[in-house]
Ligand binder design. Structure first.
Ligand code: ADE
Length: 239
């Protein structure tokens, strides 16, 4: 897939995506990133991209025209229409299910705001969806864009090696992941749960499922409301 980054600091997002699974996805030709800086499409000697908000108040607002010119240049660079996402705390929360939907799209454009944000008219005219990565405020959309790039890159077919299978990730079944252990078996910090050493695949799967259920109930009970649970899960949670 192709992802276009529209930002005053596009190199920053590219740097975040340059190593690990995401870097490898690029090397394998599964993902191509393209940066676009609105300052390159701004008019005048100062190449101004922001101005004071109408109605007063602190901060600056990103202006329509440099962003329109950037989005047009970005779209003209490749025939595939880009699904344009604006990263902001006002967006809908990013979930694993949403990441899966986005990962199946051929082309995304991630619009990163700075300052107080982007002129609302640009958002209404050119943005397909607004996404937040959580209920906190960042200084700009770049880190949020890097999060979206990572979440969708690892879901591209062939991005993960077998051992990293995405199917077992947290949230893929609507629950938090179970705990994991590796060598050594005996350590001053504690022992590995016996069942994991038993070689009994059925028992191990059951233990892992129960640990996921326990953790989710303790840490994120809200997730249990929408997780698909079977009769055995319900019985375990009632114990
Ligand atoms: N920009 C600033 N804060 C953000 C957030 N929480 N999510 C997405 N984009 C943002």
């Amino acid at each position: 897939m192709r992802i276009d980054i529209i930002s005053l600091f596009p190199e920053f997002v590219a740097q975040c995506a340059g190593f690990g699974v995401v870097g490898r996805a690029q090397e394998r030709g599964l993902l191509s990133l393209h940066g676009w800086n609105p300052r390159d499409h701004a008019e005048g000697g100062y190449r101004r991209v922001d101005d004071r908000p109408f109605g007063g108040g602190p901060g600056m607002v990103m202006m329509i025209d440099p962003l329109l010119a950037t989005l047009d240049a970005m779209q003209a660079d490749d025939a595939a229409p880009a699904h344009v996402i604006y990263l902001s705390p006002q967006g809908k929360a990013l979930t694993q299910a949403r990441a899966r939907t986005l990962a199946a799209m051929p082309r995304l454009a991630l619009l990163c705001g700075r300052y107080e944000g982007v002129d609302e008219r640009l958002i209404e005219a050119r943005v397909d969806e607004e996404i937040s990565i959580g209920d906190y405020v960042l200084s700009g959309g770049e880190l949020a864009a890097a999060v979206v790039v990572d979440a969708v890159a690892r879901l591209q077919d062939g991005a993960l090696n077998d051992a990293e299978s995405a199917a077992q990730d947290s949230f893929e079944d609507g629950l938090l992941d179970c705990p994991h252990y590796t060598k050594p078996v005996a350590h001053a910090l504690g022992a590995v749960p016996e069942v994991l050493l038993s070689g009994h695949h059925g028992e191990i799967a059951r233990w892992r499922r129960q640990q996921s259920l326990l953790r989710t109930a303790q840490r994120r009970p809200d997730l249990l409301e929408s997780a698909p649970l079977g009769a055995a899960d319900m019985a375990f949670l009632r114990e």
